[in-house]
Design a binder for this molecule. Structure first.
Ligand code: COA
Length: 264
């Protein structure tokens, strides 16, 4: 596997899903510089790795998905170090955000601050029943700096984003589900990783070029006006139209069988 086998990020391939596990349980999987870089590197490698059809991002243990910035590392930071960290969030979380493969955050416990922001970079989110989600930054006299102020309103709407960011209150998994902040919540005792892999089952059987084109077109819809977005949709459609998988879909329909997609 073209991924590091040691370090703060555990990487496993399960079926076509690359499972990335934030693995610093003694610090509630908090985001050190090394961990942030490892997430970005894995996302970049996975983007061109044909063995990877989708990515699951989760945390080690059952307490924390990620408790945000590593506040112990942060104690020795200068203000310029913090500024550099914000740039690192952009580049490394950005690699996950722009991934052409579907990315699911599996929130196995608390997702706080930068931890929740990391989950907001993913296409889909699922949570274990006991997970708690919050952006406590304004209570610490700062603001979310890893994309939270931009991503959260796009996902839950302006009013709810402002409530979460200004109050810092912790949402339960069920509240997050009601807000559309997570797509699914596990049954009591069910792991978030299991919920994520279940959600991915039909996606892993799907057509990779179509999925990448759909993600790109949807993501673009937040950045451009409607006319430009509709134009981008045509360009994205074109990529699917010339794919072998599109021909396979029509053939399989005619032959009354399940299509076998190859990502070509
Ligand atoms: N960075 C570094 N270490 C952290 C951490 C963080 N963000 N969050 C927790 N830890 C460490 C704790 O210091 C503790 O280490 P210690 O045993 O050496 O003291 C260990 O993880 C366990 O944390 P603890 O607070 O004892 O566990 P808990 O179950 O009572 O609470 C949290 C867990 C995550 C709710 C709590 O630790 C917390 O609120 N952390 C801060 C989260 C935060 O504000 N993040 C946003 C920053 S903008």
């Amino acid at each position: 596997m073209p991924y590091p086998q040691t370090g703060p990020l555990r990487v496993e391939l399960e079926g076509g899903a690359l499972v990335l596990t934030l693995d610093r349980p003694e610090r509630m999987n908090a985001l050190s510089r090394e961990l942030i870089r490892a997430v970005g590197d894995a996302a970049r490698t996975a983007a061109t790795d044909d063995a990877v059809r989708a990515i699951v991002l989760t945390g080690a243990g059952d307490k924390a998905f990620c408790a945000g910035a590593d506040l112990k590392e942060r104690q020795s930071f200068t203000k310029d170090d913090v500024r550099a960290m914000l740039r690192l969030y952009r580049s490394e979380f950005g690699a996950l955000d722009r991934s052409p493969k579907p990315v699911v955050a599996a929130l196995n416990g608390v997702a706080l601050g930068g931890g929740l922001e990391l989950a907001l970079m993913c296409d889909l989110r699922v949570a274990a029943a006991g997970a708690l989600l919050a952006l406590p930054e304004t209570g610490l006299a700062i603001i979310p700096g890893a994309g939270g102020t931009q991503k959260l309103p796009r996902i839950v709407g302006e009013a709810r984003a402002k409530e979460l960011i200004l109050t810092g209150r912790r949402l339960t998994a069920d509240e997050a589900l009601a807000w559309g902040l997570v797509n699914r919540v596990g049954a009591p005792g069910q792991s978030a990783r299991e919920v994520a892999l279940q959600l991915l089952e039909p996606i892993l059987r799907g057509a990779p070029i179509a999925q990448a084109a759909a993600l790109e077109a949807i993501d673009a819809s937040f950045d451009v006006d409607l006319a430009s977005g509709l134009q981008l949709e045509i360009l994205a459609y074109e990529r699917t139209l010339v794919s072998e998988d599109r021909d396979e879909a029509l053939r399989a329909f005619g032959e009354k069988r399940t299509p076998a997609y190859r990502g070509r």
